[in-house]
Write a protein that binds this ligand. Sequence first.
Ligand code: PBG
Length: 326
Amino acid sequence: MAGFPQVRLRRLRSSEAMRRMVSETSVSVDDFIYPLFLAHGRDVKEPIPPMPGIFQLSLDMLLPEIDEITALGIPAVLLFGLPSSKDALGSEAYDEHGIIQEGIRVIKQAAPDLMVITDVCLCEYTDHGHCGVLFEDGRVDNDATLELLARTAVSHVEAGADMVAPSAMMDGQIAALRRALDSSGYSDTPIMAYAAKYSSAFYGPFRIAAGSSPQQGDRKAYQMDPGSTRQAMREMELDHEEGADILMVKPALAYLDVLSRARQRFDVPLAAYNVSGEYSMVKAAAQAGWLDERQVVIETMTSLKRAGADLIITYHAKDAAAWLNE
Ligand code: PBG
């Protein structure tokens, strides 16, 4: 094998044109999914302090936001809701007039071609803040939760959602949703599974944004241990077998090995969720003048694509789209 001095790898880095020609990974606006937080009321545009640039929005404030998203060419949004009241069963999650169901109608009316994906979970809707319903002793009742998640998903699709994304990390949730959607006449609606979802401190800012912190305990009995990858493969394998159309790894940056392993193993589209804490870190450092936000964001998106993501759920989507469109 020839080596230096015959081989000089810097030849392929010699000019901008050369670098573009041999570039291996590209990021496109087509890859982005932008999360939105929907709130009841009127004239609500409530800043989320740890997530500069991200707001809780009431439905009457959505139109300019939707116009901006579609003008940038972002193909999809992912909806989260803040209910008017919470209870033990998270009943607004599957109420046909819940915040998400009403929000879907508003968005689909304004922008029929914008893909509307919904997060299917109970934690924003339960008074105890867990992702499912509880047994008397406080543990999450997996099988009873499945029924409510399925009802939630069907109600989203009835309201016009294009895809559902279950995030509760209950066993059997993909099969339960697939069965319910199929028997309600929605066999064409895809499921994006939060398949390998870790119990992560990087969700902190989201829980402030969505008011969804558990009142007691943590989510470790359903979300995954950060030290595991074999378990992540089993989670993804099962979700795949249960009929997930897209598999997600979440969070993204601290779990690139999981993404990369999933890429080699599954021939389905993979999504990476660049979560709230990852966004907050970049924003805070950029505001302090400690790093170049634009370059860091594009580098981050590139790393997610390189590791194997096809889709990227990110709060940076609008900024990154604007930069990529320049
Ligand atoms: C709902 C859900 C969470 C996130 C997405 N869906 C919070 C959690 O599991 O605690 C986190 C997203 C983010 O941090 O950006 N279960």
